[in-house]
Design a protein around this ligand. Structure first.
Ligand code: EPZ
Length: 456
């Protein structure tokens, strides 16, 4: 893949950095302050929500990442006018001329993101039809869309699978329904929300995901005129309305980016202030960070994460849906755990194949074994099913430089951290993937004093 790394490092003004490879001389602690903007996993959905409004929306704190560019492109081919707003990171989204897009145009803008599936409900409401091409996203498991399709059928959509993708129509409109998800899927919960707000009547969703990004999407939909109540025990009720307006909203900060830089501070013996991060949404991560021995300070404008200067401690963790320990946090943390004194266990229960990234860490000198059994916690959906989903990490290990090819977004960031903490030089290829979810990470590495050279 040839990727254009959008970054504004070195030359000051916005420079497109061609090339996909970075050579890192490790061993230098990352120190300094960086800012995080809105969460990738909220902003992209908020952009889709703008399709539902009769008037334009204003979204603030939008990061300059490639997933945002994919969604922007998809909105534009559907007639939504997307323009920059008054302050940096603001987008104006005007859906007044929404129209059907040509399959070829949709295809050209998809393929590297799973967000297109969330266009279905809003497009069915606006146009009575939707076409969804083959979906991309990180290869971290099967990542099926069966919940999405089943939910849309329950609302009354007619789903037709074509060789090039999926076509949907709603000959009789969409009506509220009772939905029970087999697993609290983030995307399927968002699918229900984005479809139910304009469906006729009441929708009751049981088994909903309740991640802070979902709560922020609910905030946005309420601003638009939706009626949504969140009950106890993962039950969400939505009363459909006839009309929604545009919204003005500042996006929730990126919790995954925050956790990634926190882990980078720990792994490199560093000290990183993450501006824009907030405690409430990081509670579970902060508990684990403290158990490992990491230090943090909560400030009004961000969180400082730093290495204690004494040996790190091993932990036993299990990834889970919110309010559990997020699956997206485990990869960067595993790098820090290679430095802890003793045996750590990480049981991945959200995705069945999210330990592919550890091969590179082992090549760099880490001692990590992957097991099919559910270790260190309760039996999960993946137990007894041949999925390598538990990791045993024995530390402390001294990592040494290596040549690494980035496999996916979070795994890729972990490889960067590993290279930054290793002795000697590493070449990390395919780093363009990282710009899917980490805004200006090259600039931020510079700000934190990393020693690296961009190639290509
Ligand atoms: C979202 O993915 C995020 N992506 C992921 O972040 C995140 O890891 C995940 O939620 C969990 O928090 C975006 O928001 C764009 P799910 P999503 O539906 O919505 C199974 C990152 O690195 N499932 O909650 O696709 C699925 O296979 C990315 O930023 C079905 O079986 O995740 C998985 O095992 C990676 N059928 C589980 O549910 C379906 O139809 C949870 O997936 C849908 C999901």
């Amino acid at each position: 893949m040839t990727t254009l790394l959008q970054d504004s490092s070195r030359a000051g003004a916005s420079v497109g950095l061609k090339g996909d490879r970075i050579t890192i001389r490790g061993g230098r602690p990352l120190r300094g302050r960086i800012e995080v903007k809105g969460a990738k996993n909220l902003v992209t959905k908020a952009m889709v929500a703008a399709l539902l409004g009769e008037t334009p929306s204003v979204l603030r704190d939008v990061p300059d990442i490639s997933d945002v560019r994919v969604v922007r492109g998809l909105l534009e081919v559907h007639g939504v006018k997307v323009t920059p707003g008054d302050e940096e990171g603001t987008l104006l989204l005007d859906p007044s001329a929404v129209e059907s897009a040509h399959m070829a145009d949709i295809d050209a803008h998809a393929g590297s993101s799973r967000i297109p599936i969330l266009f279905c409900g809003p497009l069915l409401h606006r146009l009575g039809e939707a076409f969804i091409p083959d979906l991309g996203g990180c290869r971290i498991g099967d990542r099926p869309i069966d919940y999405h399709l089943e939910v849309l059928r329950q609302f009354g959509a007619v789903v037709e699978k074509l060789p090039s993708g999926i076509r949907m129509t709603a000959p009789n409109g969409l009506s509220g329904t009772k939905v029970e998800l087999p697993y609290p899927s983030v995307g399927a919960t968002e699918q229900v929300l984005l479809t139910a707000v304009r469906a006729a009547g009441i929708t009751e969703l049981r088994g909903a995901a309740i991640e802070p990004e979902i709560m922020d999407l609910i905030n946005i939909l309420q601003k638009m005129g939706a009626i949504i109540s969140v009950d106890t025990d993962r039950v969400i009720r939505i009363e459909g309305v006839d009309r929604l307006e545009g919204y003005t909203h500042r996006a929730l900060f990126d919790r995954n980016e925050t956790a990634s830089w926190a882990a980078a501070a720990l792994a490199t013996d560093g000290d990183i202030f993450v501006g824009g991060a907030r405690q409430a949404e990081m509670l579970t991560f902060l508990n684990v960070f403290r158990k490992v021995g990491g230090k943090f300070e909560i400030h009004d404008d961000g969180i400082r994460f730093y290495h204690p200067g004494t040996p790190l401690r091993p932990v036993v963790i299990e990834t889970d849906v919110h309010p559990g320990f997020m699956t997206d946090w485990q990869q960067p943390l595993v790098v820090a755990l290679t430095k802890a004194e003793g045996v750590s266990i990480v049981h991945e229960t959200v995705y069945e194949q999210r330990f592919g990234f550890v091969d590179a860490l082992v090549d760099m000198g880490a001692t990590i074994q992957i097991h099919k059994e559910c270790l260190g916690g309760q039996a999960c959906r993946f137990g007894q099913r041949n999925f390598n989903h538990s990791a045993v990490i024995s530390g402390p290990s001294k990592l040494h430089g290596a040549d690494i090819v980035v496999p996916d977004l979070r795994g890729g960031f972990s490889h960067l951290i590993a290279a930054l903490s290793a002795e000697g030089s590493s070449t990390v290829s395919n780093v363009g993937i990282i710009s899917r979810g980490y805004e200006k990470f090259i600039t931020k590495l510079e700000q934190l004093g990393a020693d690296f050279v961009l190639e290509g």
